[in-house]
Design a protein around this ligand. Structure first.
Ligand code: FPP
Length: 239
């Protein structure tokens, strides 16, 4: 495989397919979520070796509140367990954990676990792991708009109000669906999109490396045109 290491990427992942992974094994669909959390742990471990500097993952969308209460409860409790278990691991491996999204509708115990994780890992320098919980990109854009003063709004200032750490370079969605589902709409303006049919609990570090290999073959033009090959002093093209 011709894998070119990219420097310091921001990768975002829509971790889809937990429910289908479970039902495909004759298990209740919520059994897919703990398996999905394990897959995330493996991906976080592999991320720095893939030169990922920022990893933003969609763990609970604001539209997920419409799921049956038992599934919402299972996800909230799993998120709390994940944060409690991963905080010391992140601290030991120099990973900073932050959470984006609304906090006012989360259980208090989860808010405390988030605050503890953010505080404890705030010095992490190898990777920023951003968990999107009760997150909606459209709501984030509306909230940022409400905080702008009207005039003098620049893209940079708006991005800061949005809490955008940096633009997304590559967005991966597993589970075979090909949509953005209200995830990082502003930040993904020029993201390369990679869709995988693999259900999230089966998504492995090797799959991550394959996705980044695909990304490394994309030409990012940001609305421009391909750069011409370099010319020598006489103006002749060198290749
Ligand atoms: C989509 O699968 C996944 C979610 C709604 C939540 C993502 C959660 C995890 C990966 C596990 C929990 C993570 C942490 C950090 C604790 P789906 O249920 O929509 O699957 P389906 O499309 O097959 O129904």
């Amino acid at each position: 495989m011709n894998f070119t290491i990219q420097s310091n990427l921001h990768v975002a992942i829509i971790m889809d397919g937990n429910g289908r992974w479970a039902t495909g094994r004759g298990l209740p669909r919520i059994a897919g979520h703990p398996a999905g959390a394990e897959a995330l742990r493996r991906i976080v471990e592999a991320a720095p070796g893939c030169n990922i500097g920022t990893l933003t993952v969609y763990t609970f969308s604001s539209d997920n509140w419409t799921r049956p209460q038992y599934e919402v409860d299972a996800l909230m409790s799993l998120l709390g367990c994940y944060l409690a278990r991963e905080t010391p691991r992140c601290l030991a491996s120099d990973v900073r954990m932050t959470v984006i999204g609304r906090r006012d509708r989360l259980p208090e115990s989860l808010c405390l676990a988030i605050e503890n994780a953010e505080r404890t890992t705030s010095g992490g320098r190898i990777l920023e792991l951003r968990l999107a919980i009760d997150y909606s990109a459209r709501d984030a854009i509306l909230n940022a708009s409400a905080r702008t003063s009207g005039d003098g709004v620049t893209r940079e200032r708006f991005a800061a109000l949005l809490g955008e750490s940096r633009p997304v370079d590559v967005l991966i969605r597993t589970g075979g669906e090909q949509r953005l589902s209200d995830f990082l709409l502003w930040e993904c303006a020029y993201a390369e999109l990679i869709f995988s049919k693999t259900m999230w609990p089966d998504f492995s570090p090797a799959d991550l490396r394959r996705a980044l290999d695909q990304y490394s073959h994309r030409e990012r033009r940001f609305g421009g045109i391909p750069l011409p090959p370099p010319a020598n002093a006489k103006g002749h093209w060198l290749r």
